[in-house]
Ligand binder design. Structure first.
Ligand code: HEM
Length: 402
């Protein structure tokens, strides 16, 4: 007769994993008063919520629309299928390899070169928050002198989306950023329509299915989504992965010796310490899940972080083990994934292969450039966040280069 955990309490934010276990064992479907939602935590239930089209993302609109406009994340049914088909080809493996691998390598190299002579760094501030955002800006074919501006916008938009307390200054900064971003990007989109290049923005302008194309507004909204969906997530994945390895020296040594293990380490990080812990769905009709009834129109809170630690699905789920056999690194970045960190079903992460390429290159270069990398003595990096979760800082030491 344990008490139901509160997913908005400070104890939960400090360490959600014990509460996840109580939820999975005793409250597989919990009605949470404060968020007015039904919480699910078992792997099989979260997987079903992602795969069964009765669960939609219609309830995202009020949160995302003010800052992004209308994006594929808010859409369902045919609208989603068409719009997703317009953008997805640009993120396929061979397109990425051919067009964008040099961009990814260059951005990792530049950021690491800026601190490798120092002997110390914060891998969050100096690398992870910058790297994926710079990559997206370069993929879109924007002026590289605008990287700092792009990073400022990124920070303001994720601040806006994570602003649970509705701090008015944060709201104001988010809305101002939305306007600045539109004023910056819309003229560039118009230019690319008349003078296309070999960049992602030109590809999005030209994409067409059965006569349907994206408007300038649609493209701007998608680019705004890319900043948050592709930035904060990859940022947290990289630092959680590096931190997991630093805490497991034998696994770190194995990955250093054989970089083809990086995708395994990434897949295990996505299961064990995923960047996105909690996402929402809306029940399109009365539906039974987690052993109880969720009424039509109700919000479902899907705990990805809890599903990854479900002992019904994974052996010793709290143990970080890149060699585990119940998780396949071969399918980890496809819609056949056996972890849930990229969701599954129709909203399965469009950028999963891009994230994999960024992590392979970024982590590979970090390990090669910083041979005796270690957590700064006396510091204890801590995870923060309830919806997205990761390290706010990862102070490290290493022998300076040159
Ligand atoms: C969707 C996670 C990297 C673009 C999603 C969803 C998750 C997710 C959980 C589903 C959201 C939902 O259904 O509510 C991640 C993680 C990443 C990552 C953990 C890194 C480790 C990226 C990257 C990009 C990207 C690099 C592109 C630059 C998107 C887009 C969607 C999406 C556009 C919406 C797909 C749709 O609605 O059909 N991602 N993502 N993501 N992601 Fe990612």
């Amino acid at each position: 007769n344990r008490e139901a955990p509160d997913i908005l309490s400070p104890e939960f934010a400090a360490d959600p994993y014990p509460a996840y276990r109580v939820l999975r064992d005793d409250f597989p479907l919990l009605h949470h008063e404060a968020t007015q939602s039904y919480v699910i935590s078992r792997h099989e239930d979260v997987e079903r919520a992602f795969k069964d089209p009765v669960f939609t993302t219609d309830n995202y609109d009020w949160q995302l629309e003010p800052v992004h406009g209308r994006t594929i994340l808010q859409m369902s049914g045919r609208e989603h299928a068409v719009r997703r088909a317009l953008v997805a080809p640009a993120f396929r493996g061979n397109t990425l390899e051919q067009s964008f691998l040099p961009v990814i390598e260059r951005n990792a190299r530049e950021l690491i070169d800026a601190f490798r002579g120092r002997g110390s760094a914060d891998l969050v501030a100096d690398f992870a928050t910058r790297f994926p955002v710079n990559v997206i800006a370069d993929m879109l074919g924007l002026d590289r002198a605008d990287h700092d501006r792009f990073h400022r916008w990124y920070t303001a938009i994720i601040g806006f989306l994570g602003n649970l307390a509705q701090d008015p200054d944060v709201v104001e900064a988010g809305l101002r950023t939305r306007d600045e971003f539109a004023a910056y990007l819309l003229p560039i989109i118009r230019e690319r329509r008349t003078a296309p290049g070999d960049d992602l923005l030109s590809t999005l302008c030209a994409a067409e299915i059965d006569g349907t194309r994206m408007s300038d507004e649609d493209i701007k909204a998608f680019c705004s989504l890319l900043l948050t969906a592709g930035g904060e997530t990859t940022d947290k994945a990289i630092t959680s992965l590096v931190h997991n390895l630093l805490r497991h020296p034998e696994q770190l040594a194995a990955v250093r010796a054989d970089h083809t293990l990086i995708p395994r380490a990434f897949a295990e990080t996505l299961r064990h310490t995923p960047p996105v812990h909690m996402i929402m769905r809306q029940a399109g009709e009365d539906v039974t899940i987690g052993g109880g009834l969720v009424p039509k129109g109700a919000t479902l809170t899907c705990l990805i972080g809890a599903a990854g630690r479900d002992e019904r699905r994974y052996a010793d789920p709290d143990v970080f083990d890149i060699h585990r056999t119940d998780l396949s690194a071969t399918t980890a970045f496809s819609a056949a994934a056996d972890h849930l960190a990229f969701a599954l079903g129709r909203h399965f992460c469009v950028g999963a292969l891009l994230a994999k390429a960024e992590v392979e290159v970024g982590v590979g270069q970090l390990l090669d450039s910083l041979p005796d990398l270690a957590v700064e003595p006396g510091t204890e990096p801590r995870e923060q966040g309830v919806y997205t979760r990761g390290l706010d800082a990862l102070p490290v030491r290493f022998t300076p280069a040159g």
